[in-house]
Design a protein. Structure first.
Length: 145
């Protein structure tokens, strides 16, 4: 009995995704907030913003959605989207419905884990941003990356 093996091709996906150049955490925050809609203060959700070599957006993916106080991010899913999109760098983002901008130990550990994993693939983790309705916190700008 002959088994068929899936064939994979490398090709650029066409989309109407807006190409925006990200120059700062404020740019990233402004762009990422659109993905949350009215859920910013309800559910904790994580996204990955995918960038090309010029720090221009090429896509995004919702990695997880949790409850009021947390969500689980699998670094393998982050890597999957980064590789499939041919991203050169990424920005991790998640919200804190509580309004607390301080990163948790888990936030810092996840950033380190994803950064180390993607480094093997020559994909840079540019930043990890925590969002609330009132503002944002950049792990890069605060020396935690």
């Amino acid at each position: 009995m002959e088994q068929t093996i899936p064939r994979y091709e490398l090709r650029k996906l066409q989309s109407d995704f807006p190409a925006v150049t990200i120059k700062s955490s404020e740019d990233a925050c402004d762009f990422i907030k659109q993905f949350y809609g009215d859920d910013m203060d309800i559910f904790e959700s994580s996204f990955v913003l995918l960038l090309n070599r010029a720090n221009t957006t090429i896509g995004y993916a919702k990695i997880s959605q949790g409850g009021l106080t947390g969500t689980v991010v699998d670094p393998r899913l982050v890597a999957k989207y980064a590789v499939e999109s041919l991203a050169v760098s990424i920005i991790l983002a998640h919200n804190h419905p509580s309004g607390n901008l301080k990163p948790s130990t888990q936030d810092i550990d996840l950033t380190r884990k994803v950064k180390e994993g993607l480094k093997l693939l020559d994909i840079e983790v540019f930043d990890h941003i925590i969002l609330t309705s009132a503002g944002h916190y950049s792990l890069l700008e605060n020396g935690l990356m």
